[in-house]
Design a protein around this ligand. Sequence first.
Ligand SMILES: NC(=O)c1ccc[n+]([C@@H]2O[C@H](COP(=O)([O-])OP(=O)(O)OC[C@H]3O[C@@H](n4cnc5c(N)ncnc54)[C@H](OP(=O)(O)O)[C@@H]3O)[C@@H](O)[C@H]2O)c1
Length: 323
Amino acid sequence: MKAVVCERYGGPDQLKLKGLPVPEPSADQLLIKVQTTTVNRTDLGLLRGYPYIARLALGLFRPKHQVLGLDFSGEVVATGPAVQRFKVGDPVFGMSPSSYGAHAEYICLSEKSPIALIPDNLSYLDCVVTEGAWYADVALRSLAVQAGQHILIYGASGAIGIAAVQLAKLQGARVTAVVASAQVELARQLGADVVIDYTAQDFTATPERFNSILDAVGKTSYGRCRHLLLKDGRFAATDVGRFWQNPLLALFCTLTGSKKVRFAIPDIRENLLTDLSGYLKDVRYRAVIDRVYPLEQISAAYQYVETGQKVGIVAIAVAKEQA
Ligand SMILES: NC(=O)c1ccc[n+]([C@@H]2O[C@H](COP(=O)([O-])OP(=O)(O)OC[C@H]3O[C@@H](n4cnc5c(N)ncnc54)[C@H](OP(=O)(O)O)[C@@H]3O)[C@@H](O)[C@H]2O)c1
């Protein structure tokens, strides 16, 4: 099978398209023929081996897992004898959060992995949504967002921000989204109640006050936003921030004051994938696809993701047929 292999940490030029054996499913695994995958900020971090401390887990001198890629959609083509939830022919989507491997024509995963069926009305491309939704779900849970509460989402045009706007609306929150001019209309279409164009207006000068603030793109700080929080308000970020301030503040703020900083360790919620499948089916959640690259041009996709300017998802067409 064709697979994109990364033998050393570094830039997109480290990625090589190679032939590897098709993996064989063990007893509880599915063999999935990947149709679509994505390149996201997590893949970029894995390729760069950054932050460096992550190399303790990812491989000290070279990547332990040489085929990257978390998000995928595709078809189940074989199953191990103990598999119960899926059968050959099922169209599925999901994520491989610990061993990666989706930048290839085939991937083997336990049926206990975050995987769900693709709803009938949707294509493979419509369903490569898991990475952004996963981080957004983690952040919204850390903020304990509830119906009727008001949340500000800074950087609502990235993969995580777009997911956070949609998931917060599904939870019944009132959402203020902060984006650049070109994405104001998109944020409205996604359901944001108020949209602030950060290129035209300083969002920290808004008279509104919020139960929670999510910095979805790592470009603001608790210090800039603190005055916007109501009493008992919470701030969360998807990035560690300058000098690792977000995890440090999360520790410090548990001891002081009523306003809190949350920095959650990404864990996967058991029902996230089935929830997403239901939302996608009912058109209450949608993928925002910025660009689609063929597998052969995956280095160019990484280069684009590294600009920090993608809007939502950068997809990779692995198979030629994209039903
Ligand atoms: N904790 C983890 O393991 C983990 C995993 C994945 C990602 N992350 C972090 O989460 C963050 C977001 O990831 P993502 O995948 O959602 O990012 P992304 O898709 O690359 O987000 C880029 C978006 O942010 C917007 N943006 C750039 N600068 C901005 C600014 N100053 N203010 C507001 N918006 C701005 C860009 O549009 P404009 O430039 O047009 O505004 C673009 O649409 C990143 O910092 C990433 O490192 C963390």
